[in-house]
Design a protein around this ligand. Structure first.
Ligand SMILES: Cc1cc2nc3c(=O)[nH]c(=O)nc-3n(C[C@H](O)[C@H](O)[C@H](O)COP(=O)(O)OP(=O)(O)OC[C@H]3O[C@@H](n4cnc5c(N)ncnc54)[C@H](O)[C@@H]3O)c2cc1C
Length: 488
């Protein structure tokens, strides 16, 4: 039987990101993807939010996405654009780039890494025991893994087979989404009515239009047809603009659900397999990529025996609340898309509030993912928050913090006297860099914070400890996050 340390079911954005993280950590990882190759039919998600661009930057690949997309102030709440150009990040914007291009770029990246991909096969079931998981594939060839991660989307077989509950809210409304050609020139842009939001946009090829329309009644679970789309367009616009030649027609709903547990022993969930919601605000893909970045290094350390299995529990503890908040916000945003007179009054009030400075920053912090704060206890404001990408001066010359994270290893940055720290018992895992930084320390939403003497940064870019050489807490933090000290 073929064995891998980790098998990932599903090679969408979450699965590919997780595969990259594990491969960077030198873990034998395989992805099983139902599609025959990475090509995604239809454009689906429209882009990446700021923190997701940052995590790609932490791995040195953000430029590949930036080169093909368009940066814009595109974080929104309801109808209000949340201008975040004043946020202290190298990427104070969202990146407009369709999901099929995102997946193409990600697939090219993981092709450069030691990731084994089984295309054209499905995971059909699994059985876990104390030492591993037997993974059944549609072609009958079994795989054996230490861990199985379900990145298999909202209808996750892995989640269902693991018996993990998926509580939440049933759909109340549905949208048709399609890429079609038109014979009549449509009005461009977005339209709101009592049913919800509708819009037609010309795609980059100049010929195809992306159409999104809200159905008058909740649609069935079956695949929609061109006729369904035509009828809904006529109801909303009075004409179907002569739609023809569809390359993609799909339906999505406002169903909002979240896995009750992100882990059942040797089986974990990430991305849409762990949470589904209405795409208002465009956060789904970004959430999944960040789940993967949170899980990857932890799973790698557990697989290698560096850390206890209990480290995996911090994955649920940290990521479940982040998605729960996103679900709450997408439900609120979905409600604001309906436009009878009463909702319009609410939209006006919310828009006014959201354009004020403090609410704008708070909402932009949430939508962008830049305000994420994992609960790592009391202390300096940096603790549990993302490490800013500072311009450092080191013995090797000027260096960005994110450059030091490219290989996904833990990092202790010492801004004090060189030689202050001795982390020899962790030197095989944690890199110590003496650095100088003369600028202001500033966090999105929070503002300026006091300059720390030293920071311990996890591979996902979140700060695990802040202190000075006299702080005995450093040894605890190193042990908690990166395993016990190696004996001399
Ligand atoms: C119509 C539509 C519009 C959307 N619009 C937006 C948007 O504007 N903005 C936004 O951020 N998000 C949007 N989303 C959501 C976004 O597409 C998802 O959040 C994102 O794709 C989740 O990534 P994922 O990797 O978790 O799951 P998916 O992208 O669903 O990937 C799952 C992968 O698993 C594979 N798979 C499934 N089952 C198996 C199995 N048993 N064995 C092997 N492989 C399997 C599938 O083929 C797929 O490649 C939209 C989604 C839809 C459907």
């Amino acid at each position: 039987m073929t064995e891998h340390a980790v098998v990932i079911a599903g090679g969408g954005p979450a699965g590919m990101m997780l595969a990259a993280e594990l491969a960077l950590a030198k873990v034998d990882v395989a992805v099983v993807e139902r599609r025959p190759d990475h090509v995604l039919v239809g454009s689906r998600a429209g882009g990446l939010h700021s923190r997701t661009i940052e995590v790609l930057d932490q791995r040195g690949v953000a430029d590949r996405f930036l080169a093909e997309g368009q940066v814009a102030q595109a974080a929104t709440f309801g109808t209000t654009v949340l201008d975040m150009s004043d946020f202290p990040t190298r990427h104070p914007y969202a990146l407009g780039i369709w999901q099929n291009h995102i997946e193409r770029i990600m697939a090219a990246w993981i092709a450069e890494l030691p990731v084994h991909i089984y295309y054209g096969r499905e995971v059909t079931g699994f059985a876990q025991d104390d030492t591993g998981v037997d993974v059944r594939l549609s072609d009958g060839e079994p795989l054996r893994a230490h861990y199985l991660v379900g990145c298999d989307g909202g209808r996750s077989l892995i989640r269902t087979a693991a018996g993990i509950e998926f509580p939440g809210w049933d759909p109340t409304r549905s949208n048709l989404i399609a890429e079609v050609e038109l014979t009549e020139e449509p009005p461009q842009g977005v339209r709101h009515d009592a049913a919800g939001v509708h819009g037609l946009h010309r795609m980059e090829d100049g010929r195809t239009f992306r159409v999104v329309v809200t159905e008058q009644q909740l649609g069935p679970g079956s695949e929609p047809t061109l006729r369904d789309l035509s009828e809904t367009l006529i109801t909303v616009y009075g004409t179907d603009f002569g739609i023809h030649n569809p390359t993609w027609i799909s339906r999505f709903t406002d169903m909002t659900r979240q896995a009750a547990a992100y882990r059942d022993r040797r089986v974990l969930l990430a991305g849409d397999a762990a949470h589904v919601h209405y795409p208002a605000g465009g956060q789904g893909l970004s959430l999944g990529v960040q789940d993967a970045v949170n899980l990857g290094w932890k799973l790698a350390q557990v697989v290698k025996g560096t850390s206890q299995e209990s480290l995996l529990d911090t994955y649920h503890a940290e990521r479940h609340p982040v998605a729960a908040r996103a679900l709450q916000h997408t439900m609120a945003q979905g409600a604001l898309q309906r436009r009878d007179e009463r909702i319009k009054a609410l939209v006006d009030v919310v828009s006014e509030l959201a354009s004020m400075d403090e609410p704008r920053k708070r909402l932009a912090g949430i939508v962008s993912g830049l305000d994420i704060h994992y609960d790592l206890g009391e202390g300096h404001p940096l603790l549990g928050r993302r490490m800013p990408d500072l311009d450092l001066v080191t013995a090797n010359g000027p260096l960005r913090v994110f450059t030091l994270l490219h290989d996904a290893r833990p990092l202790l940055l010492d801004f004090g006297e060189p030689g202050d720290f001795d982390i020899t018992p962790w030197a095989d895992r944690v890199r110590l860099v003496d650095a100088e930084y003369a600028g202001v320390w500033e966090l999105p939403v929070i503002g300026a914070v006091t300059a720390p003497t030293a920071v311990l940064i996890r591979p996902d870019g979140y700060v695990a400890w802040v202190g000075d050489p006299a702080d005995p807490g450093l040894a605890d933090a190193l042990t908690t996050w990166f395993g016990p000290p190696t004996a001399a």
